[in-house]
Design a protein around this ligand. Structure first.
Ligand SMILES: [Zn+2]
Length: 248
């Protein structure tokens, strides 16, 4: 049902409420006992947020719940809707700290996180897996992924090498990130009754599979022809390539 609310600032707003009458009355009282979102933000000089329309709408509500006279001057620095949404359970000081970190501080936090992920793996008896994934990451960082020579004209090879290098770099980095997130979410998977071991092994395979693809397809023309369809389609494209090999 729709209700017309008059906020303390005098602005009116129509809101739609469902559920039991007592709950609706409670929300109406709450809304009428505070100023509207626009006036609240104007009074605290809060900036517009950056993000998608949905993210911004959600983040503005979260921000209203967290900002008061005592921290409004700091809240001005947090302009990303995502930062409010991601930090909504951690509280204001954590959101503020993260949003105002320098790049060096951010890098140090990321490094700590990485180290704790891999030592968690080792403590789990998965030292081999940890070494394998770390090795892939090192190879990517070094820029030498030990891939086979490509076949084709000189021009084709030069172009295809660029395509292949970009593909491998982004894919491996993405998959390593997924892998690390999987380790990080072990408790969550277990709590949800999801088989963590098999999710982890899938994530590991995804990292290693890039090497399979990139190490098998030696035709420069193939990389050039499929350059726009790599990424998520790599598996299908790769199967096609193997089929063709068999036919010819
Ligand atoms: Zn107002």
């Amino acid at each position: 049902m729709k209700y017309e609310i008059t906020h303390t600032c005098g602005c009116t707003e129509t809101i739609e409420l469902y559920g039991p009458g007592s709950k609706r009355e409670y929300i109406i009282k709450q809304e009428e006992s505070c100023e509207c979102l626009d006036c609240f933000e104007a009074r605290h000089h809060l900036p517009e947020l950056e993000g998608s329309e949905k993210q911004i709408a959600w983040a503005r509500d979260i921000r209203r719940g967290m900002v008061s006279d005592s921290n409004a001057d700091k809240a001005i620095a947090i302009t990303s809707a995502r930062a409010w949404i991601d930090g909504r359970d951690r509280g204001f000081s954590s959101i503020y700290k993260q949003a105002t970190m320098t790049d060096d501080e951010r890098a140090a936090v990321a490094k700590d996180k990485k180290e704790s992920i891999y030592s968690a793996l080792e403590n789990d008896g998965k030292g081999d897996t940890a070494d394998l994934i770390k090795r892939e990451a090192e190879l990517i960082d070094s820029g030498d992924y030990h891939l086979p020579e490509l076949e084709g004209s000189e021009k084709q090879i030069a172009w295809a090498e660029d395509i292949r290098r970009d593909y491998v770099k982004t894919e491996v980095a993405d998959h390593i990130k997924e892998f690390e997130e999987t380790v990080d979410n072990k408790c969550l998977y277990t709590a949800m009754g999801i088989d963590y071991e098999s999710v982890l092994s899938d994530a590991e395979q995804r990292v290693l599979r890039v090497r399979d693809y990139a190490g098998t397809v030696s035709s420069a023309a193939w990389w050039i022809d499929n350059r726009r369809q790599l990424g998520h389609f790599a598996a299908t494209k790769y199967e096609e390539y193997l089929e063709n090999l068999k036919e010819n």
